[in-house]
Ligand binder design. Structure first.
Ligand SMILES: Nc1nc2c(ncn2[C@@H]2O[C@H](COP(=O)(O)OP(=O)(O)OP(=O)(O)O)[C@@H](O)[C@H]2O)c(=O)[nH]1
Length: 811
């Protein structure tokens, strides 16, 4: 009590606020907003005090911010999808047994809380309020890879971390490059095989750098540290799923101009009697899937990859089997809404068709009445059994399906079964066997030459067996190479000759863990010790830490200097060389004669061409040529040629300098000069004139006038303003596109559905059923759900004349 009293009596010294130093400034402003206001005011009042001390630092910062800004900007793409967008396709690719199916199962489990029994065909899931994803496993053969590259929005490249890179990864990357390179993310698996933590860390570093070399510095690489109860760890899958869920997908221009469907359900609807009379007759099939790209108009022909071009017998839009949850919900998804759709993987109880509903009942719910059969048999002798009951019971005891029975049976006209039928059957390949359901369990392994051996060897491990399997496998491999017209040695030679990886990567076929693997060996691999020195930062933690760190450090990764490694792989160089060497055949030249060649070659040649030729070809004169005479001031003589990426010859140092100045690291003062000179060209009304839409009577004024005023403002102002104008312009363009889209939508909404379908076609994003007639029977017989079917619309005129440049590698 006494203590309390004395405490109350004690007089405290009043707090004396600081009068000087940084704290004084802080204290004077109470809330954050005010503080910012003050500092903003300070900045305005005395800008020099806040300027950079070091000009080098200032330049570097400026360059960085401009670079960031530029990276953000993309040419606005017209999104032709009015309703719900189709699910994004995520292709999971990797060498055999790397864990593709397991990863898809783990991701599906994460998103839907359901266990996927099998990974067959596309699996659609709802991953968020606004997003659906479709997972597809990429088959391990060239045709499957080519198709997958065409429809992938994101590719997960699975790499066996314990073994290293395999050739399949690079083969697929090469194919991806040729198809516009969608988003790519790497995933390292089998990391639990490392017992030594240091070795694991070094390997991760080495693989990460190699991955960056092949794709780009900072490309995402995930680590899956091992298995927990036969699945990948939940936390790591969760991190990966988060990345996928927030990823932005940039549409590729070819795809946005063509309708295409990735088939997730396939049916043969040929009248059965026709197949009975001739089982090799052409079939009618139906293909189901989400329509992507642009709208599918009536009368569009389609190309089924690997099968051919067909007219569409009918197109119907169906109810979405996996719709997005209603937008009314506030947060997240309820468990009930976590929908998924995978008809080929045997998921879901109800299956809606155009004219039927299929009910799927689990086997353990079905009670068979076989017990009675043992007592009575089903000879029909029991008096209480009617014919129908007997028939049903006889069906229960059937061992073979009708198809199988039909195949095995034969009608003997001449009293003896011909021997060659069995021969023919033994000749049929794996795929056929699978489609008959005989080796259904192995269906996911049939595309990997080595994978079946794993199972076989897994049972019997003695040396003799493995040796014989070795030989078997070699024979198989050889047969496979011979089937494309070359033997293994020559195949390797061809690989060496043609493959863009010739100097730096070698294929090394070796027998590893019971199967043949095609290891990718690099001549110029960076020593792992060096990597440790250079890249020790922050990666000492466990795998999940690394994943977390990588999520937050995206920008930092991006900015890492790729000293010595280069963010473009050297193996891509021969690609461009090859492109250059292909110059000799020019289709334009063949069609329009010499005059059009000018547009693709240098302007010097343009002057050489005679006037007569010009007179004749005026109609086809490219816009660039009109300006050529008065635009000599522009840097680089080829700047106006149609495609200046090819044939561009850098003749002297001046040219190099002028190009250098076009980048952020160059001298920007010249940009202002360039602007002035190019203004002359830009003002030319013949290029950007006003025009009037004769149909609607609407007048479009050239927005160029505004632009040039913008440009003049930019000239006067600082570089920062220039940059701001750039992004303004970008935003304006985006806005314009959006307005146009809304206007179209409003216009089309007024029309009735049938008429709308006629003029607009089927909207991209809708779930469609395509019926195609006259497809060769092999497509049905060899159908395999693990082999995705891709249907692409053929644009008007695209099927008139074909020009294909192929490389002949057959002997
Ligand atoms: N120890 C370990 N085993 C793994 C890992 N990932 C996958 N596996 C195992 O590797 C085997 C093959 O996995 P799958 O998912 O079937 O591989 P896949 O790539 O789909 O195989 P294919 O479709 O035959 O090419 C399975 O037995 C997995 O349990 C991993 O990170 N560590």
């Amino acid at each position: 009590m006494a203590v309390n009293a004395s405490a109350e009596d004690q007089s405290h010294k009043a707090h004396r606020s600081r009068q000087s130093g940084p704290n004084a400034k802080k204290k004077s402003v109470n809330d954050k907003g005010k503080k910012e206001e003050v500092s903003e005011n300070d900045r305005k009042r005395n800008p020099k005090a806040f300027a950079f001390n070091s000009s080098v630092k200032a330049k570097r910062l400026q360059a960085r911010s401009v670079e960031k800004e530029q990276r953000r900007l993309h040419v606005p793409v017209i999104d032709r999808c009015y309703g719900e967008p189709a699910p994004y396709v995520i292709v999971v690719q990797g060498p055999p047994q790397v864990g593709k199916s397991l990863l898809i199962k783990s991701l599906v489990k994460h998103y839907t809380k359901h266990n996927l029994p099998d990974v067959r065909g596309p699996i659609t899931i709802v991953s968020g309020k606004q997003r659906r994803l479709q997972f597809v496993e990429c088959p391990n053969e060239i045709n499957g890879m080519i198709d997958a590259a065409k429809f992938a929005d994101l590719t997960l490249l699975l790499i066996d971390g314990a073994y290293g890179f395999e050739m399949e990864t690079f083969e697929f990357l090469n194919i991806l490059h040729n198809h516009g390179l969608p988003k790519v993310m790497g995933v390292l698996t089998h990391l639990d095989k490392f017992k030594d933590a240091k070795k694991l860390r070094k390997t991760k570093q080495r693989l990460k750098h190699r991955f960056w070399t092949e794709i780009r510095t900072g490309a995402k690489l995930f680590y899956l540290s091992g298995l927990v109860h036969g699945k990948y760890p939940k936390r790591e899958v969760h991190n990966l799923a988060r990345f996928i869920s927030v990823m932005k997908f940039q549409p590729l221009s070819w795809r946005t101009n063509h309708p295409y469907v990735l088939v997730d359900r396939f049916e043969d609807v040929t009248p059965p009697e026709r197949v009975h009379t001739n089982n090799k007759c052409d079939r009618n099939i139906t293909l189901y899937g989400y329509l992507r790209g642009c709208n599918l108009k009536y009368g569009t022909k389609v190309h089924i990859a690997g099968v051919g071009d067909f007219e569409l017998a009918s197109v119907t839009n169906l109810a979405d089997p996996c719709p997005l949850p209603s937008a009314a919900k506030k947060k997240g998804l309820r468990d009930k809404e976590k929908l998924f759709y995978a008809p080929m993987s045997g998921l879901g109880d109800l299956l809606y068709d155009k004219d039927a509903v299929y009910i799927n009942i689990n086997d353990h719910f079905v009670q068979y009445s076989k017990v009675d059969d043992d007592k009575d048999g089903y000879s029909g002798k029991g008096k209480d059994q009617d014919v129908g009951e007997v028939l049903v019971k006889s069906l229960q005891s059937t061992k073979y399906s009708v198809d199988e029975k039909l195949e095995k049976s034969f009608i003997s006209l001449f009293g003896r079964k011909p021997d060659n039928s069995s021969g023919a059957r033994s000749d049929t390949n794996n795929t056929l066997e699978n489609s008959n359901g005989i080796h259904e369990i192995e269906s996911s392994e049939k595309y990997q030459p080595g994978s079946q051996e794993v199972d076989r060897l897994g049972v019997a491990h003695d040396a003799d067996d493995s040796e014989s399997s070795d030989e078997d496998d070699l024979i198989k491999r050889k047969a496979k190479f011979e089937s494309v017209g070359t033997d293994e040695e020559e195949y390797n030679d061809l690989l060496d000759e043609n493959s863009p990886v010739e100097d730096h990567m070698k294929e090394h076929v070796e027998f590893h863990e019971g199967r043949f693997r095609r290891k990718a060996v690099f001549g110029n691999d960076v020593e792992s010790d060096d990597l440790m020195d250079s890249d020790e930062e922050g990666n000492d933690g466990d795998d999940s830490d690394i994943n977390d760190e990588k999520m937050s450090d995206y920008d930092e990764d991006d900015e890492q200097d790729d000293a010595g490694m280069g963010n473009t792989s050297k193996w891509k160089e021969p690609l461009s060389e090859r492109t250059r060497s292909r110059q000799h055949v020019n289709l334009m030249k063949l069609v329009y004669g010499k005059s059009t060649d000018i547009s693709t070659t240098s302007s010097n040649e343009a002057h050489d061409t005679s006037d007569e030729e010009n007179d004749g070809g005026d109609f086809f004169t490219p816009v660039g040529r009109i300006n050529k005479n008065d635009s000599e001031v522009v840097d680089g003589e080829n700047a106006n040629s149609e495609d200046c990426s090819k044939h561009f010859k850098i003749s002297n140092d001046l040219d190099i300098e002028s190009i250098r100045d076009r980048f952020v690291t160059g001298d920007w003062s010249k940009a202002a000069l360039r602007n002035k000179s190019s203004e002359v060209i830009e003002n030319d009304d013949s290029v950007f004139a006003d025009f009037e839409d004769l149909e609607t009577g609407e007048k479009y004024e050239s927005f160029h006038a505004e632009n040039t005023t913008d440009a003049t403002v930019a000239e006067d102002g600082s570089d920062k303003e220039d940059e701001a104008n750039g992004s303004d312009y970008h935003d304006k363009m985006k806005e314009e596109i959006e307005i146009r889209k809304q206007r179209n939508k409003a216009e089309l909404d007024n029309i009735d559905e049938a008429f709308r379908l006629k003029i607009e076609g089927f909207q991209s994003g809708t779930y469609v059923r395509l019926e195609v007639h006259g497809v060769s029977c092999e497509m049905v017989e060899h159908f395999d759900p693990c082999q995705p079917i891709l249907v692409g619309g053929i644009g008007p005129g695209e099927d008139d004349a074909g020009y294909m440049q192929v490389k002949h590698i057959f002997l």
